[in-house]
Design a protein around this ligand. Sequence first.
Ligand code: URA
Length: 199
Amino acid sequence: MNEESTKKEQLERLEKKLLNFKKSPLYQYRVENGFLPVLGEGDFQAKIMFIGEAPGKKEAQTGKPFCGASGKMLDSLLESVKISRKNVYITNIVKDRPQDNRDPSKEEIELYSHFLDEQIEIIQPKIIATLGRFSMGYIMTHYGLEKEIEPISDAHGKSYETKFSYGKVKIIPLYHPAAAMYNGGLRETLKEDFKILKK
Ligand code: URA
């Protein structure tokens, strides 16, 4: 069995667990609305993994991450640095849609985080780009960079190195693409910050 098919199988097993994640307070909301959980998608061999917050409505309807308005913004940022979406892996910390697009709670982030931890171990990205303060906070706190946490307005576009079980990883905090939809200035900042991924 080659490495790619093993990764695929591991991710499929994880997806089954997520489908049955009845202990989440968001499970009921998912079922009542006919929503899907969103594990993530992309290249299983990707060097770069993007981590957002939680699925929005469109994502919960399709089961795919970043396919709504924030996704369009993410696509255009990737395009601006000529990185193909096909070659990266995209996911979120929380895998079910929180009611009415509210921010995920601390408890929800902790509850779902083992899915993300497992995904990282399966994909083994060399670069993790966090999108927004929630995923930045989770990754930096849990992966040895707690003391270096700064507000996202200072941390964005910087590169922090840490170690995972499989080797060194660069953590790059970025603003959430949705922030650029409400603040045109941030779009330029995000475009500038995305250039670091190309390097
Ligand atoms: N916002 C996120 O953080 N993730 C998505 O998948 C969509 C919107």
